[in-house]
Design a protein around this ligand. Structure first.
Ligand code: AMP
Ligand code: ZN
Length: 462
């Protein structure tokens, strides 16, 4: 049984997808006017953990992540650089996919772009106009919040007491200050579409209603984002979608808390951000960054510091070294220890149960670390046999489908180094220690340190 905290009810609920065995999930993706920062990646890493864990639990996950390629900022960028909107956003879309790969974020099944879905948005807006949920004013079209009585159910704000929420000048003007733009009529902007509802461009919120329902249906299982998306973005998505279909839009809403810097949200506008590229340039490894962003529970704020990043890197190195070490036990013959199988089973169960409790990753990792300690003890005591090591490696590979930070030993080494290691093993067997040492030095010059243990040689990156 999987429990997820639903923002809609503010409670942990038993997760039950609409269609047995399949999860339909929508993630609000990047606005591609610049490189994403690691605050954004905290949200994407949390969503990746959720995606991976649901697959680990046996579900087929059909996921959609939108690309917002039209908004005030992408327009401003294209005008500044005197290029088309597509030319301007293309490089950031490419960069985003590269960053995703670097952090081992699973690909969604669909990455729809707003500019490719204007007809879908227009048809929703037309229905909203027909049904009286929307009205036109000076060429723009707004959603009439007073026509949708359950407005506010996600954010649980008391809207009677709030007259103006976030009020972007052209986003919220209208019959009532809180009505929001579905369609922005354009007069002299360079980027617009000529449509049945006039000349203009879509507001931000409508793209997510149109694209989620197109790919996932009118009602789907999970919608995610950062807490800053709850209001107004997700509240508005619910209003638009439910007003059109008359059906519940999403069953489970999950939101992650922010990545902070000195107690403040990391954001472009505050200038207190790092992109992934900034951190890689400083010499940090992607696995450490992924680990740091992943291992604080998603609903707890996470304060970023380079010190915590270094700690995360050490933890990952520790896990990787452990994994690596096991390969050198694979040549120790003997009967397997029944204790080891039990330890694996307990760790596996503990890991699953922790994540099934609203993705309690800290508890899940605690299970893994205590497992590592136990296995290391058996290893030191010379009790670990090839058969056990293989089972443990298989277990680690399995959980790595979820955490995705353990490199597989050997696979990551360049082929020439693997060949040198083998050559050195041979020299040692032949007791040609002089040759063995010179090969060791040659390998060290390539950044790999070898360590001979009673159970074989292991390697570690310098
Ligand atoms: P944006 O490109 O601003 O629409 O943001 C993309 C995603 O990143 C959204 O899900 C936001 O909620 C999320 N996000 C933005 N800043 C942060 C932050 N400091 N910490 C966590 N998530 C964030
Ligand atoms: Zn969205």
């Amino acid at each position: 049984m999987i429990m997820l905290f639903n923002t809609l009810s503010r409670k942990k609920e038993v997760f039950k997808p609409i269609e047995e065995g399949t999860v339909k999930m929508y993630t609000c993706g990047p606005t591609v006017y610049d490189f994403a920062h690691i605050g954004n990646f905290r949200a994407y890493v949390f969503e990746d953990l959720l995606h991976r864990f649901l697959e680990y639990a046996g579900y087929r996950v059909i996921r959609v992540m939108n690309i917002t390629d039209i908004d005030d900022k992408t327009i401003a960028g294209a005008i500044r650089e005197n290029v088309s909107l597509q030319q301007y956003t293309e490089k950031y879309i490419r960069a985003f996919f590269e960053d995703m790969e670097c952090l081992k974020l699973k690909k969604a099944a669909y990455f729809p772009r707003a500019t490719h879905h204007i007809p879908e948005m227009v048809s929703i807006i037309k229905i909203l106009l027909e049904k009286g949920y929307a009205y036109e004013k000076d060429g723009s079209i707004y959603f009439r919040i007073s026509s949708f009585p359950s407005y506010g159910k996600l954010s649980q704000y008391d809207f009677d007491r709030i007259t103006t929420a976030r009020t972007d000048s052209d986003e919220y003007e209208k019959e009532q200050a809180r009505d929001f733009a579905l369609w922005k009529g354009t007069k002299d902007e360079p980027f617009f579409w000529n449509t049945d509802i006039g000349k203009g461009r879509p507001g931000w919120h409508i793209e997510c209603s149109a694209m989620s329902m197109k790919y996932l249906g009118e009602t789907f299982d999970i919608h995610t984002g950062g807490v800053d998306n709850i209001f107004p973005h997700h509240e508005n998505e619910i209003a638009q979608s439910e007003a059109v279909t008359g059906k519940k839009f999403v069953n489970y809403w999950l939101h992650c808390a922010h990545l902070l810097v000195n107690g403040e949200k990391m954001s472009k506008s505050k200038g207190n951000f790092y992109t992934l590229r900034d951190l890689l340039k400083k010499g940090y490894a992607p696995d450490g960054i992924r680990y740091l962003l992943m291992t604080t529970h998603y609903r707890d704020p996470l304060n970023f510091s380079e010190q915590s990043l270094k700690q995360a890197e050490n933890t990952v190195k520790h896990l990787q070294a452990f994994h690596q070490r096991l390969f050198f036990a694979t040549n120790i013959n003997g009967e397997s220890e029944p204790e080891i199988a039990k330890t694996i089973e307990a760790a596996s169960e503990g890991f699953f149960n922790a994540l099934a409790d609203d993705l309690n990753i800290s508890a899940a990792m605690a299970e893994i670390f205590s497992f590592v300690r136990n296995v290391n003890e058996s290893f030191e005591a010379g009790k670990l046999k090839a058969k056990d090591a293989e089972k443990i490696i298989e277990f680690l590979n399995r959980i790595n489908e979820v955490i995705a930070v353990i490199e597989t030993a050997g696979e990551k080494l360049p082929g020439d180094i693997i060949c040198l290691i083998r050559k050195r093993e041979q020299a040692r067997k032949e007791k040609n220690y002089q040759l063995a040492d010179s090969i060791r030095n040659e390998i060290a010059d390539k950044g790999i340190l070898l360590e001979d243990t009673p159970y074989g040689t292991r390697w570690i990156k310098k």
